[in-house]
Design a protein. Structure first.
Length: 268
């Protein structure tokens, strides 16, 4: 099978649906926070009833542990802040933006559960790694979106990826994608993040998440990806973070509860 050129991946990325307009507006505010009309954004969001409903459910979940019920977007912005509301709206918008294509050889539920788990872990690790919790969450949610691009835009070719990994049992997903496509999910994911106009820092973190010399957001997401994955060997990841046993226990308990809550809202 001949490799797929990155240019072809980018072309098919551009065929994907755009994010909801209000999500695009919120993303544009990431780098221009001093000139934002919160009432305008709240009104724009209220026009999308599905996004509003999910955002309010998330605001009232264990993700934030609010002492009283949040009943409106303006209230959510008031008590949670623009950054947090933007994170929640972006999560809802991204998960709904790439529909499952017929014949796609990918378990969508499992894919999004891992993406949400990585996002939750990245947010939990962010302050320890001196990163923005909201940026870490958003990057964690997007970190494997390139896999979704390859699986939905090239379904026949992507069917060879799990087969390649069965033959080469120690191979990572990225290695299998490179072998089959000549492009891996970090390159495809960066292309999609650029198409959707996510900040450059998030695009860079997606492309660098698996590098041994990763720092900043890329390091937070790379570690979160490992902690959100199978429970076989996470000791080296914990060692990198230098948490004690009680910190590990509390973090694991909190993240597990939060992931379950968010999955119930976002993908069930």
């Amino acid at each position: 099978m001949s490799p797929v050129a990155l240019e072809e991946v980018v072309r098919r990325v551009h065929d994907l649906p755009s994010l909801p307009a209000v999500v695009a507006e919120l993303l544009s505010s990431m780098e221009d926070v001093d000139d934002i009309d919160l009432n305008y954004l709240a009104g724009r969001l209220a026009l999308d009833q599905a996004l509003t409903a999910k955002t309010l459910r998330l605001a009232n979940s264990s993700f934030y542990g609010m002492p009283s019920k949040v009943i409106s977007i303006p209230q959510a912005m008031s008590v949670l802040g623009l950054h947090s509301v933007r994170t929640l709206v972006t999560a809802c918008g991204v998960i709904g933006a790439v529909p499952k294509a017929p014949g796609t050889p990918l378990d969508f539920d499992a894919f999004w559960r891992h993406a949400i788990a990585t996002a939750v872990w990245a947010r939990a690790l962010a302050r320890h790694l001196r990163q923005s919790p909201d940026a870490a969450f958003t990057t964690g949610l997007l970190h494997n979106l390139g896999t979704l691009v390859l699986a939905t835009r090239f379904p026949e070719e992507y069917a060879a990826v799990p087969l390649w990994r069965k033959v080469h049992q120690d191979a990572s997903l990225a290695e299998a994608e490179l072998a089959v496509f000549g492009v891996d999910h970090t390159e495809a994911g960066r292309a999609l993040a650029a198409h959707w106009k996510f900040p450059l820092a998030i695009q860079d973190a997606i492309s660098q998440q698996h590098r041994a010399d990763a720092t900043g957001l890329a390091l937070a997401v790379g570690l979160a990806h490992l902690l959100a994955g199978p429970a076989d060997d996470k000791e080296s990841t914990w060692a990198t973070l230098a948490f004690d046993d009680e910190q590990r226990r509390q973090l694991t308990e909190h993240c597990t509860l939060t992931v379950n809550d968010m999955c119930q809202i976002l993908i069930n």
